[in-house]
Design a protein around this ligand. Sequence first.
Ligand code: F6P
Length: 545
Amino acid sequence: MSVAASQAWSALQKHAGEIKNKHLKDLFAEDPHRFEHLSFKAAGCMLDLSKQRITSETLQKLYQLAEQQSLGDSIEKLFSGAIVNPTENRPALHTVLRQPEEQPLIVGDIDVNSAVHKSLKQMESLVNQIHNAQWRGYDGSPIKTVINIGVGGSDLGPLMTCRALAMHSPEYARNLDVHFVSSMDGSQLARLLDKLDPASTLFILSSKSFTTIDTLANANTAREWLISNSSESQDVITRHHFIAATASPQKAIEWGIPERNHLRFWDWTGGRYSMWSVIGMPIALQIGMDNFRKFLNGAHQMDEHFRHAPLQENLPVLLGLIGVWNINFLDIHAHAVLPYDGRLAHLPAYLEQLEMESNGKNVTHSGNAVDYSTCPILWGEVGPNAQHAFYQLLHQGTESVMCDFIAPALRYQDNGKELQTQHQLALANCFAQSRLLALGDSILDDIENAPPHKRYRGNQPSSTLMFETLSPETFGALIALYEHKVYVQAVIWEINPFDQWGVELGKKVATSLLDCFDNPDQDTLDASTYGLMNYIRQQRGGFSE
Ligand code: F6P
């Protein structure tokens, strides 16, 4: 039976019928203590749900849905290494990647946690060699530039975290430049290679599968650049200038990276859940190993909270259930992520992959087509910039959009007053926007006489997520919060958040098209693809029709 035919679901549908007639301004008027009743704290984070279109009855009904779907059991399955990714027949053990060393986890007959800590120590040793100028380029130069080549989960998480925590970079790491190259068209790489010194440049090839064409294309270009600029052999170049962070060591060896330059992780770490593993090496290079461990510890604090806190106080559970409420009961299918802190500029892109690659699914575990919506369209931008771009649609468009406002309470504590004032300005804007979106122009005086194009209807729901300061710990906790939120929703929707067969299919089709450029076949290609291929051939001067 579909979850949408269940008792808990029907009760929520009925309740939504009542809530739909209420405006957020009425909900605030009914309960002046809404904030106290609907804000929650854990692992250094504070989640304010008072601007969501809910009452305490809504939450009760959502908890019943969670219990009906055995959410508690599913959480325990995630942590204990059960097969939560059945289409690939494996567990999803990203939580072990941040579990303290003294807490073993035996899966099958392997102590997974001790393997994790062994690989962390190996990474630490390489990180130290690079920081201490013991790792040298082909002519003995110390490494000054590191380029991470990877895409999707092997790029977005490390990139986001390096940018978010850059100011935590210790003195000894500040001379190292860390760059990220992901795009298969070579544009990022070409720009960097133009100005870099090959002898002091190290590449980390980050790829779980070591078959991703985007990454291999960039890696081949990088290797050719090094060989042609050094006149050294391929062996010397790969030994001095390439590290592989991968779950497929054999493929890395075949590409030419010697085993002693390998950092390993495992197939039970999903790509988009992998920055806590050796895929986080660029993060450790940028912020130092001590801070990297603090980042893991922050995530672990959120893991512990998720695993043990009751549903009613559990931040990931609440965030997940609120999403389900908005999507499935209030028919809201767009979700904007709006950090009011420029250091979090890459958070929306990271969450796009985390949420949409995980829960953009249309069949249940039993293979039935879902008869309800799953992951909404998620996008975002640094809030103050988005105010000058798409907020118009949030305020006066025709679509309902749910928003996450995210900001630190404190910033620039060690800087001058001017910067602290700028932070306050950003917070004032953050609170003003969520207030206006919730309450509409009812907060303004004398608005009834305003012309229709100046009216704001409001009633757009939002969550506000805050933490004291942006630190390795709070940032780790924030990301773990979103990871678990995604899992909560997958449990309610009965879908697998840990595979991505749609993306795999795209890769296959791209590979098969590569061979068609020279000789496109009208009979096998659709008319559009055939026409586009011919257009390329005409531009190359090879063929005209
Ligand atoms: O986009 C699909 C995907 O498989 C992601 O899940 C993954 O993060 C990315 O490609 C990169 O894969 P890999 O790390 O194997 O190169």
